[in-house]
Each structure stands twice: as C-alpha cells, then as structure tokens.
Design a protein around this ligand. Structure first.
Ligand code: NAD
Ligand code: UGA
Length: 439
C-alpha cells in the first residue's frame, strides 16, 4: 500500500517513520522547503528518541520519501493523512487554515479514489469541512471522483512517540464508509497484532475523543497541583498523598505527578479549544475553565517561592536553571513552564544561567541573549545564588551534592519536579523547596 502524509512535524514524521517501518510505502509532504531539503539530507528537524535511526533506515530502503510536491505524492496513494498544525487562533479556537488548505490541495490533484484521514487535533465538525472543501475543488474541476473522509486522532507523547505509535493503548478511528473501514483495518493491522485495539466509531465522536482525552489528562494534573498547594498549607506531603491515592486502581498512578503546570504544544491549546467549542454551543465547561486557571497559576509557583526566599528582591541575583524543555526527552519549548518562569525572573531583575541537555538551541529562539547558556549542568552553578529544577531530565536525579553545595553562594534548591528527597537535601545542608511539601 502507498500512503501520503501531509505535514512533517512531530506527528507527521513519527507517523511516516512508523508506517514505513512495517513495510508501507510512505511519502511525507511539507510546505517548508528547508525542512524537506534537510530531511532528504538525513537531518531530522526535531529531537525524538529513536526517530533519526528509523527515518534513515527506511529512507535507505526506499520506503520513506520526502517532498514538497503534494500532487506527485498523491499519485497511486490510497490514503492521505493530514497532520499539519492546528495552532490556537487569537480567541483560543483551533485555527483550521492549514488543515483546509490540504483538503483543497487534495481536491485539486486527485484523479482516483482517496481516503482523507485527519490526524491533526481538530474540533468536532472539521472532517465535514474537509469534505466540503475537497468537494468544492472537484466541482471547480467539473469532475466526479469518489473519496472518503475519516478521523484518526493521534495520542503519542513527545519523548516516547515511537513506542506510543508502535504499541498504542488504542487506535481511534471515526469513519462513515465500509471502504474506509477496510483500508484503515489493513493499514493498522501490523500495530494491532499484539492486541492493541482499533476502536471504530462515528467521525464526530472520534474528534471529540481526542479533546476529551487531553482534557482529562490536563484535569488530573491541575487537580493534583491544586491538592499539592493545599498539602503545603496544611502540612501534608503530596508525594505520600500521590502514592496513597494512586494505588487505588480506579484513580491510577499515572498523570498525578505535581509540578510547575502542564506545558507543551497540546494540553494548553486543546483545553482552550474545547472550552471555545463548548461556548459556540452556549455550553460552559466549568471544570475545564478551572483546570486552565489552576495551570496558569501553577506555572509561577516556583517563581513565587524564589521571590519569597530572597525577601521579594532578586535584582542582580544569579539564578541557575536545570531544564528548559516542557518535559524530558524532547527539545520542544512550546508553552514550557520555563518560558513563564524565566520571563518573570528577568522582569524582576534576576540574572538567569541555564542548562538543558537538548533544548538549548530551541531555547535560544525564545530567550535570545537575555539569559546565558551552559554546556555543563555544574557550570551554571558558578556564582549562582540558587538552583531551580524546571525539567526532570534523568541526569539531574543524582547530582554530586558536594559540588552543588560548594559552587552555590547560598545552598538553596527549588525543585519544580519533586525529584529529590527533602530529608536527604536537609541532611546535606540545603534549603530545599519543592511542590506540595512544607519544607
Ligand atoms: P508541527 O508544527 O510540528 O508540524 C506541522 C507541519 O505542518 C509543519 O512542518 C508545517 O510546515 C506543515 N504544514 C503546514 N501547512 C501545510 C500544508 N498546507 N501542506 C504541507 N505541510 C504543511 O505540528 P505537530 O506537533 O506535528 O502537530 C500536528 C497536529 O497533531 C496538531 O493538530 C497537534 O495538536 C496534533 N498532535 C500533536 C502531538 C505532539 O505531540 N506534537 C500529539 C498528538 C497530536
Ligand atoms: C500529551 C498527551 O499525553 C498525548 O497523549 C497527546 O497525544 C499529546 O499531548 C498531544 O495531543 O499532543 P505531550 O504533550 O507530549 O503529550 O506530553 P505529556 O507527557 O502528556 O506531558 C504534558 C505536560 O504535562 C508536561 O508539561 C508534563 O510535565 C506535565 N505533566 C505530565 C505533569 O505535570 N504531571 C504528570 O503527572 C504528567
């Protein structure tokens, strides 16, 4: 089978690499010529564990191609996935201009049956709009060509994307024709042999499933952060409370880690977009509004702890930061809590020195030369007045505490990810602050 994937970002590249890995012929398309040229030279534009190997291996086998020419890519393709961005519009709703541009391209260039599958995260009703945009172009050409639309939202997590795609908990497919069902069944067969189910449903339910899943996960995080803040006030320890509630299988122990708020390219925008969609139907999603409000405050919890420690004045203080990406194993800085913390520290007059194992280049796009960057985590501590941990990269988990102690002016650690043991930190002479524990 030959398929086309339009949009070669996180989702498009992982989807393309994984389908080609199981033997399907894939052409990935993007309008960004620079990106496609680099991919053809074997340069992968994002950091995602395992992706570079998989892409180069399948390119060599001739099963994975990259092009800017969608018309060429469509020749002999039975299925096309739309995996372009759906960034928030000014009012918070999902901007569909990239998705609909691809739909129109399909209408301009297809000469045979095509199943158009939307993998981008899109509001309910979008597949219908895709159908209409494509049909309009066919009408302009005055041709009658059969096509189907389907919705196949993606649930991969950055940093674990390949594994999530190859061994998904489930694959959700919304469709409305038997032909589309047969195609999707055979396409996903290699990924479902080990019992990972494809859940077929109608298109609107599939579109809603994606937003409901991300919103539920975001709600778990805001809930635990809210409880963490209360734990600090009443003298409870959120790390113990988390274990206590997570061992109830109805609650589960995943996605209840307190921290400095959820970031990334999806939770913040998807929560916002679902609130917006509900509003369009005169319905208020009260829980989600609270989820968003808690998260906005949580992004600054660590900043406020630092301010308090320095009696409200960080002017001229050197603050060392470990971790800038929105989570470990990615260089993605979109909506990273670090963006908010750094900007507030700078506004308050602090000097920021940062280290991240992978995200420094991305961070430079955001902060330019307003902060300084280091290639070694300990170098950030030279002349620093305190250390703050913003991302729980594994290499931060067992630092040489003697070196940290020796280099810091004041032995203060602000741990936004609860990766250290408070008693151990105290025994080693640190002033230690984390989330949800009164230290
Ligand atoms: P991205 O910004 O990394 O990549 C999108 C790509 O689409 C860009 O390279 C852009 O140049 C290209 N593009 C835009 N218009 C185009 C057009 N008309 N023709 C061809 N290419 C075009 O985006 P992403 O992170 O891969 O996300 C894509 C979608 O998937 C979004 O809707 C997102 O919400 C959803 N999603 C993302 C993730 C994730 O972890 N990043 C996970 C699940 C779902
Ligand atoms: C998330 C979802 O987990 C994916 O299933 C989904 O496909 C994706 O969004 C998407 O739609 O794009 P991702 O944003 O890559 O994936 O990362 P997550 O691991 O979900 O983390 C998101 C944020 O939540 C991070 O800032 C992380 O630090 C935070 N988080 C996560 C917590 O604060 N606590 C937790 O317990 C878990």
């Amino acid at each position: 089978m030959k398929i086309t994937i339009v949009g070669s970002g996180y989702v498009g590249l992982v989807t393309g690499a994984c389908f080609s890995e199981v033997g399907i012929n894939v052409t990935c398309v993007d309008i960004d010529r620079n990106k496609i040229d680099k991919l053809n030279e074997g340069i992968i534009p994002i950091y995602e564990p395992g992706l570079e190997d998989m892409i180069t291996r399948n390119m060599k086998k001739g099963r994975l191609l990259f092009t800017t020419n969608i018309q060429e890519a469509l020749i002999d393709s039975e299925v096309l996935f739309i995996s372009v961005g759906t960034p928030p519009d000014e009012d918070g709703s999902a901007d569909l201009k990239y998705v609909l541009a691809v739909a129109r391209d399909c209408g301009k260039y297809i000469n045979d049956y095509l199943l158009v599958v939307t993998k981008s995260t899109v509001p309910v009703g979008t597949s219908q709009k895709v159908k209409e945009a494509l049909q309009e172009e066919l009408d302009k050409r005055n041709v009658s060509i059969k096509f189907d639309v389907a919705s196949n939202p993606e649930f991969l997590k950055e940093g674990a994307a390949i594994d999530d795609f190859l061994k998904p908990d489930r694959i959700v497919v919304g469709l409305e024709s038997e032909r589309a069902e047969e195609l999707m069944k055979s396409l996903y067969k290699p990924f479902t042999l080990n019992g990972h189910p494809v859940i077929f449903m109608d298109i609107i339910s599939a579109e809603m499933t994606k937003y409901a899943a991300n919103s539920m996960l975001a709600a778990k995080i805001s809930f635990i952060n809210d409880i963490a803040n209360l734990c600090e006030i009443v003298g409870a320890d959120i790390n113990k409370v988390r274990k206590g509630i997570g061992s109830d299988s109805r609650i589960g122990n995943k996605f209840i880690y307190p921290g400095i708020g959820y970031g990334g390219s999806c939770f913040p925008k998807d929560v916002q977009a679902l609130i917006k969609t509900a509003g369009e139907y005169d319905y208020e999603l009260r829980v989600l509004k609270a989820v968003e409000a808690v998260n906005n405050d949580q992004k600054l919890v660590l900043f406020h702890k630092i301010m308090k420690y320095f009696n409200g004045d960080v002017k001229g203080k050197n603050i060392a930061l470990w971790g800038l990406s929105f989570k470990p194993q990615t260089d993605d800085m979109r909506e990273a809590p670090s963006l908010y913390i750094v900007n507030n520290l700078l506004k308050a007059g602090a000097i920021v020195k940062a280290y991240d194992p992978i995200a420094i280049n991305e961070a430079k796009h955001h902060f330019g030369d307003t902060i300084s960057y280091y290639e070694d985590q300990y170098e950030t501590l030279i002349d620093a007045d305190c250390l703050a941990i913003l991302t729980e990269w594994p290499e931060f988990k067992f630092p040489n505490l003697k070196i940290v102690q020796k280099l810091l002016h004041r032995p203060a650690i602000f741990d936004g990810r609860n990766i250290y043991d408070k008693d151990e930190m105290k025994q080693n002479g640190f002033d230690y602050f984390c989330i949800g524990v009164n230290t």
